[in-house]
Structure formats: C-alpha cells, structure tokens
Design a binder for this molecule. Structure first.
Ligand SMILES: O=C(O)C(=O)C[C@@H](O)[C@H](O)[C@H](O)COP(=O)(O)O
Length: 380
C-alpha cells in the first residue's frame, strides 16, 4: 500500500470494480454545483428525488438543485430531521412512503444528500423500495466521504443497537465534494477524521505517518490535503470491499474500533454525548491498548495512537465522554450485539502493529473486562 498522493482538486475518480454493481467515486471540489452533469448518464428520464436532512438542506440543497437544473434535471426533495435518531424505523417508513407517493420507478435514481445517517437510511430505503432502486450518494461530511458512502452497507439502528437492520446495496455513483467540508462544524470534521485515521491504523503505516505530519493542517482546512486523505481512504475501502463485499472475512478489518464504539454509542443513547467518529477514535485507541496488553503489538503503538488523537484535538479515552457510563460488564453485554459475533463469541479487530490489523476471536473476556474497568476508573 502507498501513502496519500496529490490529486487533481477539480475531480478525481476511484473506481469500485464490483462487476454488475461497479461504480465510480468522484472526489473533488464543486461536484455538488455540477451534480447534474456528473450523474446525467445514469438517468433514464431527467428527474431525481433527493433525500436530505434539515442542516444539510440549508447548506447544500440549493446548490444541488441548481446543479441538477443546469443539466435539465427536475428534482424534488424530502427533508428529514438532522441527527442519529433519524436512522430508525419511523423515518425509514416516512422515506419509503414518500418515495412511493412520488411514484419513483425501479430505474429512477434516488439521491442521498448528507452524512452517514442520511446515506445509510436512504440507501436502505432504496434497497427495499420495489426490491431495489438505484441511488447516488452525495456525502457532505468527512465521515460519509471516506467511509459510509462507499461499500454499500446501508441500514438503520433499532433499540437493540446500531445498524442492526439493513442490506448491502451499492450506490450507482458517489460524489464526494471536498468543498462541502468547509461548512462542517469542527467537531463533526474531527469525528470524521476518526475513520480516516482508522485506515492508516488498519492497513497502511505510511498513510498513518503522513496523517501524523499533515493531520493538523488538514483539520485547519487545507483542501488539497483533505482531497488526498479522502482519496487514500476511499481507495483502501474500495480494495477491501472488492475482496469481500458482504463481510465474510477481510471486510471486518474496516470495523477496527467499532466493537467498542458501537457499545459506547448504545450506552450514550446515540446522542450528542458521543458522535460515531469520536467513538471510532476511542475504539481504535482501546483496540491498540488491548493488542499491546495481549502482547500482539509493540507497547509504544497505543501511545502513538493516543498522541495522534490528542494532537488532532480529538477524544481519546472514556474519560473524554461526558455523563455516566455503565460498568465493564454492561459494556461487554452491549458488545454482544456486534455483527462480528460468531456462535455467541465476540470477535475483535486487533493489531500486530500500526498498519497491520487482523480479526480474531481469541480474546479472553477477562482481558477486555480489565481494560474497560481501568479505562472507566480513569474517568474519576
Ligand atoms: O464498511 C464497512 O464494512 C465498515 O465496517 C465501515 C464502518 O466504519 C462503518 O461504521 C459501518 O457502518 C459499520 O458497520 P457495522 O457492520 O459494524 O454496522
């Protein structure tokens, strides 16, 4: 694997070669403004429906509508409430019924304009509508650009946990407009960075070193660096998804940090107390701490992960999560809903070192319990 390289800021393409489900991820600035030209070849008739949330509608919907109209494409939009609570049964039903009211046909294209919540929800609605309509992801957050918009994992949360109902449904195209990140609040940008860092940690040590050098400038707003980081992340995700589209093996590597993260998100009620990407950052730190305790990776690696999180101004430990948290047993219980569980046994993504992650079921419960107990005690 190679570290991030400079790309054409106007637009670059990562192709995801999945046979009949192959698609392009376009990465660059101004893609929303020229969205009509970017997707016209996918449309059987000059009409799309757009689903977005209230926050993104304010910042990006007028530009998208203008960009579509410039290519002669009519559009109509459904605006959902912003926030993780939208990713549930109620808004899924509302979205599907709205799409049916608009008589969206099988060959039509539904556009998901927003972050991970909108992309996952709308992708799932598209997967089940008339047993599958096409959709285009227009991710407007860093998290969605580097992770959730690519690879076809769609779904919703239930009271039992995160992403527990869903389908693999690949988008027909992804337009990752780097300019959209300019309107992203700093906290959301940093949360998305948790997923960027994850790629270096799981499979590309040189990329992680590049992030250690360039991360702060990237967070400050350097567009070229942002585009490079998005491109390398998407490239890595595409490589893994192509090897294992439905997560029978290697794809679980993309879940680095997520076993801890999903339990922490459930424990904090999917609220503003902990954003998904913040949980991924903390989860990666815990996964490296666990790897070091089990003698799998060098002792200095967890410190390097923690140092990078704090250099980026990100949450790094359980002590950084406000409010009460349940005890170690309850957190382990929440991990029991993880999709990587086989025969009731938890599987973790651990590491032999930075850039070298692997999946294992060989993790003593006591080791995880001790790690969590200590991390909880450090909250004071
Ligand atoms: O695409 C994947 O595969 C991932 O695991 C990427 C994750 O970063 C992402 O958060 C995903 O939605 C989590 O999937 P889940 O299967 O653990 O719900």
């Amino acid at each position: 694997m190679t570290q991030a390289t400079a790309i054409d800021p106007a637009a670059d393409t990562v192709h995801v070669p999945l046979g009949a489900r192959a698609y392009d991820v376009r990465i660059g600035t101004g893609l929303i403004d020229r969205a009509g030209a970017e997707i016209a070849d996918l449309l059987p008739r000059p009409r799309v429906v757009v689903v977005t949330d209230a926050t993104v509608a304010e910042a990006q919907l007028p530009a998208l509508e203008t960009g579509l109209a410039a290519a002669g494409i009519d559009s109509e939009a459904l605006v959902l409430p912003a926030g993780e609570a939208t990713k549930g049964w109620a808004e899924l039903t509302r979205t599907v019924e709205w799409l049916l009211d608009r008589k969206v046909e099988r060959r039509d294209v539904v556009v998901a304009l927003g972050g991970g919540v909108i992309g996952d929800l709308v992708g799932f609605a598209a997967a089940i509508l008339r047993r599958g309509v096409r959709f285009v992801q227009v991710p407007t957050t860093l998290l969605a650009q580097v992770d959730s918009s690519v690879g076809g994992k769609t779904g919703i949360n239930t009271r039992h946990g995160k992403n527990l109902v869903g389908a693999f449904h690949q988008p027909a195209r992804v337009l990752a407009d780097i300019a959209a990140l300019e309107t992203l609040p700093a906290r959301d940008f940093r949360a998305g960075y948790g997923e960027v860092m994850k790629y270096g940690l799981l499979g590309d040590a040189a990329f992680f070193e590049w992030l250690e050098r360039q991360g702060p400038a990237l967070a400050e707003g350097d567009t070229a660096l942002r585009a490079q980081a998005v491109r390398r992340s998407v490239e890595m995700k595409a490589e893994i998804v192509v090897r294992d589209e439905t997560e029978q093996g290697d794809r679980a590597l993309l879940n680095l940090g997520h076993t801890f993260c999903h339990a922490l998100e459930a424990a904090t009620g999917y609220s503003d107390r902990l954003l998904h990407g913040e949980g991924v950052g903390i989860g990666c730190a815990l996964a490296f701490a666990l790897s070091a305790r089990l003698g799998l990776c060098p002792q200095e690696d967890p410190s390097r992960v923690a140092a990078h999180l704090s250099a980026m101004g990100m949450r790094a430990t359980l002590a950084d999560i406000p409010g009460d948290l349940p005890d170690a047993d309850a957190l382990l219980d929440l991990m029991g809903q993880d999709k990587k569980v086989v025969d009731g046994r938890l599987r973790f993504v651990l590491a032999r070192g930075i850039g070298d992650a692997f999946v294992t079921a060989d993790v003593p419960r006591e080791a995880v319990h001790a790690l969590l107990t200590e991390a909880l005690a450090a909250r004071g």
